[in-house]
Design a binder for this molecule. Sequence first.
Ligand code: PFF
Length: 465
Amino acid sequence: PPAGGMGTEASSIGQRRSSLHGHWSSRAAFILAVTGSAVGLGNIWKFPYITGENGGGAFVLLYLGCVFAVGMPILVSEVLLGRRGRRNPIATMAILGQEEGGSRHWRLVGTMGVITGLLILSFYSVIAGWSLAYALKSAVGSFAGTDARSAAIEFFTFTGNWKALLAWHAVFMAMTVFVVAAGVQHGLERAVRVLMPLLVVMLLVLVAYSARYGAFEETLVYLFKPDFSELSGESMLIALGHCFFTLSIGMGVVMAYGAYLPEGTSIAASSLTVVLADTVIALLAGMAVFPLVFGNGLNPAEGPGLVFETLPIAFGQLPAGSVFGTVFFLLLTFAAWTSAIGLLEPAVAWIVERHQRSRVVGALVVGGLTWLMGLATVLSFNVLSDLRFGRGTLFQNIDFLASNILLPASALLITVFAGWIMCRNSSSEELAMGSGLLYKGWRLLSRVVAPLAIIVIAFRAVGVI
Ligand code: PFF
Protein backbone atom coordinates (compact mmCIF):
# COMPACT_ATOMS: atom_id res chain seq x y z
CA PRO A 1 0.00 0.00 0.00
CA PRO A 2 1.16 3.58 -0.46
CA ALA A 3 3.24 4.68 2.49
CA GLY A 4 0.99 7.61 3.29
CA GLY A 5 -1.97 5.29 3.62
CA MET A 6 -3.58 7.29 0.87
CA GLY A 7 -2.56 9.28 -2.16
CA THR A 8 0.42 8.70 -4.38
CA GLU A 9 3.91 8.09 -3.23
CA ALA A 10 6.22 10.09 -5.43
CA SER A 11 9.91 9.45 -5.52
CA SER A 12 12.01 12.05 -3.79
CA ILE A 13 13.87 12.79 -6.96
CA GLY A 14 12.15 15.07 -9.39
CA GLN A 15 8.48 14.67 -8.61
CA ARG A 16 7.69 15.88 -5.10
CA ARG A 17 4.94 14.78 -2.78
CA SER A 18 2.23 17.23 -1.84
CA SER A 19 0.25 17.52 1.37
CA LEU A 20 -3.30 16.20 1.47
CA HIS A 21 -4.43 18.96 3.80
CA GLY A 22 -3.44 22.00 1.75
CA HIS A 23 -0.65 24.43 2.53
CA TRP A 24 0.00 27.54 4.59
CA SER A 25 -0.81 30.52 2.43
CA SER A 26 2.60 32.09 3.03
CA ARG A 27 5.86 31.74 4.89
CA ALA A 28 4.59 34.24 7.46
CA ALA A 29 1.60 32.00 8.15
CA PHE A 30 3.91 29.06 8.81
CA ILE A 31 6.11 31.13 11.13
CA LEU A 32 3.05 32.39 13.00
CA ALA A 33 1.70 28.86 13.34
CA VAL A 34 4.94 27.33 14.62
CA THR A 35 5.51 30.31 16.92
CA GLY A 36 1.92 29.90 18.09
CA SER A 37 2.62 26.30 18.91
CA ALA A 38 5.90 27.18 20.60
CA VAL A 39 4.58 30.05 22.69
CA GLY A 40 2.25 28.66 25.29
CA LEU A 41 1.87 27.70 28.92
CA GLY A 42 5.53 26.71 28.67
CA ASN A 43 6.57 30.33 28.23
CA ILE A 44 4.13 32.11 30.47
CA TRP A 45 3.36 29.59 33.19
CA LYS A 46 6.22 27.08 33.26
CA PHE A 47 9.31 29.11 32.33
CA PRO A 48 8.84 31.64 35.15
CA TYR A 49 8.28 28.98 37.79
CA ILE A 50 11.09 26.64 36.79
CA THR A 51 13.42 29.64 36.59
CA GLY A 52 12.25 30.53 40.08
CA GLU A 53 12.82 27.01 41.36
CA ASN A 54 16.28 26.76 39.79
CA GLY A 55 17.74 29.98 41.01
CA GLY A 56 17.23 32.56 38.21
CA GLY A 57 20.01 33.89 35.93
CA ALA A 58 22.27 30.84 35.71
CA PHE A 59 19.32 28.70 34.75
CA VAL A 60 18.28 31.22 32.09
CA LEU A 61 21.77 31.02 30.55
CA LEU A 62 21.74 27.25 30.59
CA TYR A 63 18.33 27.28 28.98
CA LEU A 64 19.48 29.68 26.23
CA GLY A 65 22.47 27.42 25.52
CA CYS A 66 20.15 24.41 25.17
CA VAL A 67 17.76 26.32 22.93
CA PHE A 68 20.36 27.44 20.43
CA ALA A 69 22.76 24.48 20.42
CA VAL A 70 20.28 21.65 20.78
CA GLY A 71 16.74 22.89 20.23
CA MET A 72 17.25 24.88 17.09
CA PRO A 73 19.05 22.25 14.99
CA ILE A 74 16.39 19.73 15.95
CA LEU A 75 13.63 22.18 15.07
CA VAL A 76 15.24 22.58 11.65
CA SER A 77 15.44 18.79 11.29
CA GLU A 78 11.83 18.31 12.21
CA VAL A 79 10.59 20.87 9.68
CA LEU A 80 12.85 19.38 7.06
CA LEU A 81 11.56 15.85 7.65
CA GLY A 82 7.99 17.12 7.64
CA ARG A 83 8.30 18.91 4.34
CA ARG A 84 10.16 16.05 2.72
CA GLY A 85 7.55 13.50 3.82
CA ARG A 86 4.48 15.73 3.41
CA ARG A 87 2.34 13.35 5.47
CA ASN A 88 1.29 13.01 9.09
CA PRO A 89 4.35 12.35 11.29
CA ILE A 90 3.81 8.58 11.44
CA ALA A 91 3.55 8.19 7.66
CA THR A 92 6.30 10.74 7.09
CA MET A 93 8.74 8.75 9.23
CA ALA A 94 7.65 5.51 7.52
CA ILE A 95 8.19 6.95 4.04
CA LEU A 96 11.48 8.63 4.83
CA GLY A 97 12.67 5.66 6.86
CA GLN A 98 12.11 3.50 3.81
CA GLU A 99 13.64 5.94 1.33
CA GLU A 100 16.64 6.96 3.38
CA GLY A 101 17.30 4.12 5.78
CA GLY A 102 15.63 1.12 4.19
CA SER A 103 13.30 0.54 7.14
CA ARG A 104 9.73 1.56 7.76
CA HIS A 105 10.22 0.95 11.48
CA TRP A 106 11.19 4.58 11.78
CA ARG A 107 7.45 5.21 11.85
CA LEU A 108 7.63 4.27 15.53
CA VAL A 109 9.41 7.57 16.12
CA GLY A 110 6.41 9.33 14.58
CA THR A 111 4.04 7.22 16.64
CA MET A 112 5.89 7.99 19.85
CA GLY A 113 5.77 11.70 19.02
CA VAL A 114 2.05 11.70 18.33
CA ILE A 115 1.27 9.78 21.53
CA THR A 116 3.52 12.04 23.61
CA GLY A 117 1.75 15.04 22.10
CA LEU A 118 -1.63 13.71 23.18
CA LEU A 119 -0.32 12.93 26.64
CA ILE A 120 0.87 16.50 26.91
CA LEU A 121 -2.39 17.86 25.53
CA SER A 122 -4.28 15.89 28.19
CA PHE A 123 -2.76 17.94 31.02
CA TYR A 124 -2.17 21.06 28.98
CA SER A 125 -5.86 21.47 28.40
CA VAL A 126 -6.63 21.09 32.10
CA ILE A 127 -4.23 23.90 33.05
CA ALA A 128 -5.50 26.04 30.17
CA GLY A 129 -8.99 25.46 31.59
CA TRP A 130 -7.81 26.95 34.93
CA SER A 131 -6.59 29.92 33.00
CA LEU A 132 -10.00 30.45 31.41
CA ALA A 133 -11.64 30.17 34.82
CA TYR A 134 -9.17 32.65 36.34
CA ALA A 135 -9.77 35.15 33.52
CA LEU A 136 -13.43 35.06 34.43
CA LYS A 137 -12.75 35.28 38.18
CA SER A 138 -10.54 38.29 37.60
CA ALA A 139 -13.08 39.99 35.33
CA VAL A 140 -15.82 39.78 37.97
CA GLY A 141 -13.47 41.28 40.54
CA SER A 142 -12.94 38.28 42.76
CA PHE A 143 -9.26 39.05 43.32
CA ALA A 144 -9.94 42.46 44.85
CA GLY A 145 -8.18 42.73 48.23
CA THR A 146 -6.88 39.15 48.02
CA ASP A 147 -4.08 38.32 50.45
CA ALA A 148 -1.76 35.30 50.53
CA ARG A 149 -4.15 33.28 52.69
CA SER A 150 -7.28 33.94 50.67
CA ALA A 151 -5.46 33.34 47.35
CA ALA A 152 -4.23 29.99 48.62
CA ILE A 153 -7.70 29.06 49.82
CA GLU A 154 -9.23 30.15 46.51
CA PHE A 155 -6.73 28.05 44.53
CA PHE A 156 -7.16 25.08 46.83
CA THR A 157 -10.96 25.27 46.68
CA PHE A 158 -10.95 25.71 42.91
CA THR A 159 -8.59 22.83 42.18
CA GLY A 160 -10.34 20.74 44.81
CA ASN A 161 -13.53 20.76 42.77
CA TRP A 162 -12.96 18.09 40.16
CA LYS A 163 -16.25 18.67 38.40
CA ALA A 164 -15.41 22.32 37.77
CA LEU A 165 -11.93 21.41 36.52
CA LEU A 166 -13.37 18.81 34.20
CA ALA A 167 -15.89 21.30 32.84
CA TRP A 168 -13.27 24.00 32.13
CA HIS A 169 -11.05 21.35 30.57
CA ALA A 170 -14.02 20.43 28.33
CA VAL A 171 -14.56 24.05 27.28
CA PHE A 172 -10.92 24.46 26.32
CA MET A 173 -10.80 21.15 24.48
CA ALA A 174 -13.92 22.11 22.55
CA MET A 175 -12.24 25.39 21.48
CA THR A 176 -9.26 23.38 20.26
CA VAL A 177 -11.34 20.80 18.39
CA PHE A 178 -13.29 23.61 16.75
CA VAL A 179 -10.16 25.16 15.21
CA VAL A 180 -8.55 21.91 14.11
CA ALA A 181 -11.77 20.64 12.55
CA ALA A 182 -11.88 23.75 10.33
CA GLY A 183 -8.67 22.81 8.51
CA VAL A 184 -5.22 24.21 7.85
CA GLN A 185 -6.06 27.52 6.20
CA HIS A 186 -9.56 28.10 7.57
CA GLY A 187 -8.87 26.89 11.08
CA LEU A 188 -5.23 26.86 12.13
CA GLU A 189 -4.02 29.73 10.02
CA ARG A 190 -6.98 31.98 10.74
CA ALA A 191 -6.66 31.38 14.49
CA VAL A 192 -2.96 32.23 14.65
CA ARG A 193 -3.35 35.31 12.48
CA VAL A 194 -5.77 36.78 15.00
CA LEU A 195 -4.42 35.41 18.26
CA MET A 196 -0.67 35.92 17.88
CA PRO A 197 -0.68 39.71 17.35
CA LEU A 198 -3.19 40.02 20.16
CA LEU A 199 -0.92 37.99 22.39
CA VAL A 200 2.09 40.19 21.74
CA VAL A 201 0.12 43.37 22.45
CA MET A 202 -1.28 41.96 25.71
CA LEU A 203 2.15 40.84 26.84
CA LEU A 204 3.70 44.25 26.17
CA VAL A 205 0.90 45.95 28.05
CA LEU A 206 1.51 43.66 31.01
CA VAL A 207 5.28 44.23 31.00
CA ALA A 208 4.64 47.98 31.04
CA TYR A 209 2.18 47.52 33.92
CA SER A 210 4.67 45.41 35.87
CA ALA A 211 7.46 47.88 35.22
CA ARG A 212 5.23 50.65 36.56
CA TYR A 213 3.94 48.86 39.66
CA GLY A 214 6.44 46.09 40.38
CA ALA A 215 10.09 45.58 41.27
CA PHE A 216 11.51 45.72 37.76
CA GLU A 217 15.19 46.19 38.56
CA GLU A 218 15.19 43.30 40.98
CA THR A 219 13.67 41.20 38.20
CA LEU A 220 16.39 42.12 35.73
CA VAL A 221 19.06 41.13 38.24
CA TYR A 222 17.20 37.92 38.98
CA LEU A 223 16.78 36.93 35.34
CA PHE A 224 20.09 38.08 33.94
CA LYS A 225 22.68 37.87 36.72
CA PRO A 226 23.82 34.27 36.88
CA ASP A 227 24.70 32.53 40.13
CA PHE A 228 26.10 29.18 39.10
CA SER A 229 26.11 27.79 42.62
CA GLU A 230 22.37 27.38 42.25
CA LEU A 231 22.69 24.92 39.36
CA SER A 232 22.39 21.17 39.82
CA GLY A 233 22.47 18.20 37.44
CA GLU A 234 18.73 18.16 37.81
CA SER A 235 18.59 21.80 36.60
CA MET A 236 20.31 20.73 33.39
CA LEU A 237 17.77 18.05 32.74
CA ILE A 238 14.98 20.50 33.40
CA ALA A 239 16.53 23.13 31.09
CA LEU A 240 16.91 20.59 28.29
CA GLY A 241 13.45 19.12 28.79
CA HIS A 242 11.99 22.60 28.77
CA CYS A 243 13.88 23.53 25.62
CA PHE A 244 12.08 20.71 23.79
CA PHE A 245 8.78 21.48 25.43
CA THR A 246 8.86 25.19 24.68
CA LEU A 247 9.93 24.74 21.05
CA SER A 248 7.31 22.00 20.62
CA ILE A 249 9.87 19.58 19.24
CA GLY A 250 9.84 15.81 19.44
CA MET A 251 6.07 15.58 19.24
CA GLY A 252 5.48 15.60 15.54
CA VAL A 253 3.79 18.99 15.76
CA VAL A 254 6.53 20.77 13.90
CA MET A 255 6.77 17.83 11.50
CA ALA A 256 3.05 18.08 10.74
CA TYR A 257 3.29 21.85 10.29
CA GLY A 258 6.36 21.39 8.08
CA ALA A 259 4.30 19.14 5.81
CA TYR A 260 2.15 22.16 4.93
CA LEU A 261 5.13 24.40 4.19
CA PRO A 262 5.27 25.61 0.59
CA GLU A 263 8.27 24.61 -1.49
CA GLY A 264 11.03 27.16 -1.70
CA THR A 265 10.51 28.61 1.78
CA SER A 266 13.73 28.78 3.78
CA ILE A 267 13.53 26.30 6.63
CA ALA A 268 16.54 27.67 8.47
CA ALA A 269 15.42 31.30 8.41
CA SER A 270 11.89 30.37 9.48
CA SER A 271 13.19 28.22 12.33
CA LEU A 272 15.52 30.94 13.56
CA THR A 273 12.64 33.41 13.60
CA VAL A 274 10.55 30.98 15.64
CA VAL A 275 13.32 30.33 18.15
CA LEU A 276 14.01 34.03 18.63
CA ALA A 277 10.32 34.85 19.00
CA ASP A 278 9.78 32.06 21.51
CA THR A 279 12.78 33.09 23.59
CA VAL A 280 11.93 36.78 23.60
CA ILE A 281 8.38 35.99 24.62
CA ALA A 282 9.53 33.71 27.48
CA LEU A 283 11.81 36.46 28.79
CA LEU A 284 9.05 39.06 28.42
CA ALA A 285 6.73 36.76 30.34
CA GLY A 286 9.35 36.62 33.10
CA MET A 287 9.42 40.43 33.06
CA ALA A 288 5.66 40.52 33.39
CA VAL A 289 5.44 37.99 36.21
CA PHE A 290 8.47 38.51 38.47
CA PRO A 291 8.19 42.28 39.11
CA LEU A 292 4.76 41.63 40.61
CA VAL A 293 6.11 38.70 42.61
CA PHE A 294 9.09 40.62 44.03
CA GLY A 295 7.22 43.90 44.40
CA ASN A 296 4.68 42.21 46.64
CA GLY A 297 7.17 40.24 48.68
CA LEU A 298 6.05 36.93 47.22
CA ASN A 299 8.08 33.76 46.63
CA PRO A 300 9.50 33.27 43.09
CA ALA A 301 10.13 29.57 43.79
CA GLU A 302 6.48 28.92 44.45
CA GLY A 303 6.24 26.18 41.79
CA PRO A 304 3.32 25.38 39.50
CA GLY A 305 0.99 27.57 41.57
CA LEU A 306 3.11 30.65 40.81
CA VAL A 307 0.81 32.37 38.35
CA PHE A 308 -2.46 31.07 39.80
CA GLU A 309 -1.76 31.41 43.51
CA THR A 310 0.74 34.19 43.64
CA LEU A 311 -0.21 36.64 40.92
CA PRO A 312 -3.83 37.14 42.08
CA ILE A 313 -2.39 38.53 45.33
CA ALA A 314 -0.49 41.15 43.33
CA PHE A 315 -3.45 41.94 41.07
CA GLY A 316 -5.67 42.14 44.14
CA GLN A 317 -3.54 44.95 45.61
CA LEU A 318 -2.71 46.98 42.50
CA PRO A 319 -4.64 49.72 40.69
CA ALA A 320 -6.90 48.35 37.93
CA GLY A 321 -5.76 44.90 39.05
CA SER A 322 -8.91 43.15 37.86
CA VAL A 323 -8.53 44.54 34.34
CA PHE A 324 -4.87 43.58 34.11
CA GLY A 325 -5.48 40.27 35.84
CA THR A 326 -8.08 39.47 33.19
CA VAL A 327 -5.66 40.47 30.45
CA PHE A 328 -3.00 38.23 31.96
CA PHE A 329 -5.20 35.14 32.13
CA LEU A 330 -6.62 35.75 28.66
CA LEU A 331 -3.06 36.01 27.37
CA LEU A 332 -2.30 32.68 28.99
CA THR A 333 -5.43 31.13 27.49
CA PHE A 334 -4.71 32.38 23.96
CA ALA A 335 -1.11 31.22 24.15
CA ALA A 336 -2.29 27.79 25.27
CA TRP A 337 -4.93 27.65 22.55
CA THR A 338 -2.50 28.12 19.64
CA SER A 339 -0.31 25.40 21.19
CA ALA A 340 -3.12 22.97 21.83
CA ILE A 341 -4.23 23.07 18.19
CA GLY A 342 -0.69 22.04 17.27
CA LEU A 343 -0.83 19.14 19.70
CA LEU A 344 -4.07 17.86 18.24
CA GLU A 345 -3.17 18.30 14.56
CA PRO A 346 -0.75 15.36 14.02
CA ALA A 347 -3.19 12.74 15.32
CA VAL A 348 -6.05 14.28 13.35
CA ALA A 349 -3.93 14.36 10.18
CA TRP A 350 -3.15 10.69 10.79
CA ILE A 351 -6.85 9.77 11.10
CA VAL A 352 -7.73 11.73 7.96
CA GLU A 353 -4.94 10.13 5.92
CA ARG A 354 -4.94 6.66 7.34
CA HIS A 355 -8.62 6.07 8.00
CA GLN A 356 -10.02 8.41 5.40
CA ARG A 357 -12.31 10.20 7.84
CA SER A 358 -13.18 13.87 7.72
CA ARG A 359 -11.26 16.36 9.84
CA VAL A 360 -14.38 16.98 11.90
CA VAL A 361 -14.67 13.32 12.86
CA GLY A 362 -10.90 13.08 13.46
CA ALA A 363 -10.83 16.16 15.68
CA LEU A 364 -13.87 15.03 17.67
CA VAL A 365 -12.54 11.53 18.24
CA VAL A 366 -9.01 12.54 19.22
CA GLY A 367 -10.22 15.55 21.22
CA GLY A 368 -12.73 13.35 23.07
CA LEU A 369 -10.14 10.70 23.93
CA THR A 370 -7.63 13.28 25.09
CA TRP A 371 -10.29 14.95 27.20
CA LEU A 372 -10.86 11.60 28.92
CA MET A 373 -7.12 11.15 29.46
CA GLY A 374 -7.14 14.56 31.14
CA LEU A 375 -9.20 13.03 33.94
CA ALA A 376 -5.94 11.70 35.44
CA THR A 377 -4.61 15.26 35.75
CA VAL A 378 -7.91 16.64 37.01
CA LEU A 379 -8.12 14.04 39.78
CA SER A 380 -4.46 14.58 40.79
CA PHE A 381 -5.49 17.85 42.37
CA ASN A 382 -8.36 16.52 44.45
CA VAL A 383 -9.68 12.96 44.73
CA LEU A 384 -6.27 11.39 44.05
CA SER A 385 -4.08 14.11 45.56
CA ASP A 386 -2.77 11.69 48.19
CA LEU A 387 -1.66 9.21 45.58
CA ARG A 388 2.06 9.92 45.38
CA PHE A 389 4.83 7.98 43.74
CA GLY A 390 7.94 8.63 41.64
CA ARG A 391 7.87 12.35 40.95
CA GLY A 392 4.87 13.13 43.11
CA THR A 393 1.25 13.21 42.03
CA LEU A 394 -0.13 11.49 38.97
CA PHE A 395 0.01 14.81 37.10
CA GLN A 396 3.64 15.38 38.04
CA ASN A 397 4.50 11.90 36.83
CA ILE A 398 2.72 12.37 33.50
CA ASP A 399 4.44 15.72 33.00
CA PHE A 400 7.86 14.27 33.87
CA LEU A 401 7.39 11.21 31.68
CA ALA A 402 6.28 13.27 28.69
CA SER A 403 8.48 16.36 29.04
CA ASN A 404 11.65 14.89 30.48
CA ILE A 405 11.78 11.35 29.11
CA LEU A 406 9.67 10.85 25.98
CA LEU A 407 10.41 14.27 24.48
CA PRO A 408 14.21 14.09 24.74
CA ALA A 409 14.08 10.47 23.53
CA SER A 410 12.09 11.24 20.44
CA ALA A 411 14.08 14.42 19.80
CA LEU A 412 17.23 12.27 19.94
CA LEU A 413 15.84 9.85 17.38
CA ILE A 414 14.78 12.70 15.09
CA THR A 415 18.18 14.35 15.17
CA VAL A 416 19.93 11.00 14.62
CA PHE A 417 17.68 10.30 11.66
CA ALA A 418 18.17 13.70 10.04
CA GLY A 419 21.89 13.82 10.76
CA TRP A 420 23.03 10.22 10.28
CA ILE A 421 20.43 8.22 8.37
CA MET A 422 19.22 10.74 5.86
CA CYS A 423 21.62 11.16 3.01
CA ARG A 424 23.48 14.40 2.60
CA ASN A 425 21.90 15.13 -0.76
CA SER A 426 18.40 14.90 0.60
CA SER A 427 18.99 17.16 3.58
CA SER A 428 20.95 19.74 1.66
CA GLU A 429 18.37 19.76 -1.14
CA GLU A 430 15.57 20.29 1.37
CA LEU A 431 17.42 22.95 3.36
CA ALA A 432 18.57 24.65 0.17
CA MET A 433 21.67 25.99 1.89
CA GLY A 434 24.14 24.45 -0.54
CA SER A 435 27.05 22.86 1.25
CA GLY A 436 28.31 26.08 2.80
CA LEU A 437 29.15 26.92 6.38
CA LEU A 438 25.55 27.15 7.51
CA TYR A 439 24.77 23.67 6.28
CA LYS A 440 27.93 22.29 7.87
CA GLY A 441 27.04 24.03 11.12
CA TRP A 442 23.59 22.46 11.14
CA ARG A 443 25.05 19.03 10.40
CA LEU A 444 27.61 19.30 13.16
CA LEU A 445 25.00 20.38 15.67
CA SER A 446 22.51 17.73 14.69
CA ARG A 447 24.96 14.85 14.29
CA VAL A 448 27.19 15.48 17.28
CA VAL A 449 26.28 18.30 19.63
CA ALA A 450 22.54 17.67 20.02
CA PRO A 451 22.76 13.86 20.45
CA LEU A 452 25.70 14.16 22.87
CA ALA A 453 23.97 16.81 24.94
CA ILE A 454 20.86 14.66 25.23
CA ILE A 455 22.81 11.51 26.11
CA VAL A 456 25.09 13.19 28.66
CA ILE A 457 22.21 14.90 30.37
CA ALA A 458 20.15 11.72 30.42
CA PHE A 459 23.05 9.79 32.01
CA ARG A 460 23.47 12.55 34.52
CA ALA A 461 19.82 12.41 35.39
CA VAL A 462 19.96 8.72 36.20
CA GLY A 463 23.17 9.20 38.14
CA VAL A 464 25.60 7.44 35.77
CA ILE A 465 27.78 10.55 35.40
N1 PFF B 1 5.46 24.79 23.26
C1 PFF B 1 4.31 24.82 24.10
C2 PFF B 1 4.57 25.65 25.30
O1 PFF B 1 5.70 26.11 25.49
O2 PFF B 1 3.66 25.82 26.07
C3 PFF B 1 3.85 23.49 24.53
C4 PFF B 1 3.75 22.54 23.43
C5 PFF B 1 2.95 22.80 22.36
C6 PFF B 1 4.50 21.45 23.48
C7 PFF B 1 2.90 21.96 21.32
C8 PFF B 1 4.48 20.59 22.46
C9 PFF B 1 3.69 20.86 21.38
F1 PFF B 1 3.70 20.02 20.41
